[in-house]
Design a protein around this ligand. Structure first.
Ligand code: GDP
Length: 173
C-alpha cells in the first residue's frame, strides 16, 4: 500500500454488502477528485481531505462476494472499519450482520474502531439507527469503540460528519 505507515493520513477500510452504496458514497465524498482503482487488486481508493488538518485514505474493498483472497493484506494498516448498510433493505440485514461479524473476527481488526453507516436514509421507511444497530447486533461488540450514523450517499447527507467521527474514533482508540 502506497501510504502504509503514514500516521498523517490514516487508512480506513470501507466494506458492506453489494449495493449498500459504498461506491456512490465514496464518489460523492471525492467529487472533483479522481477516484483511482488500484490496478493490482481492483479496489477503489481515495483520500478524503476533511479539513485542513484531517485526511483519511479510504479503501473500498467491496463486500463479501467481491472479496479477493488477498483483501486481508489491506487490513495491516487499517485504523478504522467503516461498514455501510442499506437501511432501507430489511431483508438483507441478517446477511449484513453475518458479514460484519465475520469481518470483525479478523485478528488484524482486533480493537479497531467501527463506524456503521446506515445509508439511504433519504428512502421513506428506511430503518432508524436504533433498529439497524439492533439488527446488526452492535451492542454485542464490547471490546471496541463503535458508532452508528445515518447518511445518504446519494444526497450527500451526513457523510462529512460521519467521516469526521471516524477520525475522532481513530484518535480515541
Ligand atoms: P455498492 O455496491 O455498495 O458500491 O453500491 P452502489 O454505490 O453501487 O449503489 C447501489 C445502488 O444504490 C445504486 O443504484 C445507487 O444509486 C443506490 N444508492 C446508493 N446510495 C444511495 C442513497 O443514499 N440513497 C438512495 N436512495 N440510493 C442510493
Amino acid at each position: 500500500m502506497g501510504q502504509s505507515g503514514s500516521s498523517a493520513c490514516p487508512q480506513v477500510i470501507l466494506m458492506g454488502l453489494d449495493s449498500a452504496g459504498k461506491s456512490t458514497l465514496l464518489a460523492r465524498m471525492l467529487t472533483g477528485q479522481v477516484v483511482t482503482t488500484s490496478p493490482t487488486i481492483g479496489f477503489n481508493v481515495g483520500t478524503l481531505n476533511l479539513d485542513k488538518k484531517t485526511s483519511l485514505t479510504v479503501w473500498d474493498v467491496g463486500g463479501q462476494k467481491s472479496m479477493r483472497p488477498n483483501w486481508r493484506y489491506y487490513l495491516d494498516d487499517c485504523k478504522a472499519l467503516v461498514f455501510v448498510v442499506d437501511s432501507s433493505d430489511r431483508e438483507r440485514m441478517p446477511e449484513a450482520q453475518k458479514v460484519l461479524k465475520k469481518v470483525l473476527g479478523e485478528e488484524k481488526l482486533r480493537g479497531v474502531p467501527l463506524m456503521v453507516l446506515a445509508n439511504k436514509k433519504d428512502v421513506a421507511k428506511s430503518m432508524t439507527i436504533r433498529e439497524v444497530s439492533t439488527q446488526l447486533d452492535l451492542p454485542s461488540y464490547k471490546d471496541r469503540l463503535w458508532e452508528i450514523q445515518a447518511c445518504s450517499g446519494l444526497e450527500g447527507l451526513g457523510l462529512h460528519q460521519a467521516f469526521m467521527s471516524v477520525n475522532k474514533l481513530i484518535k480515541r482508540s
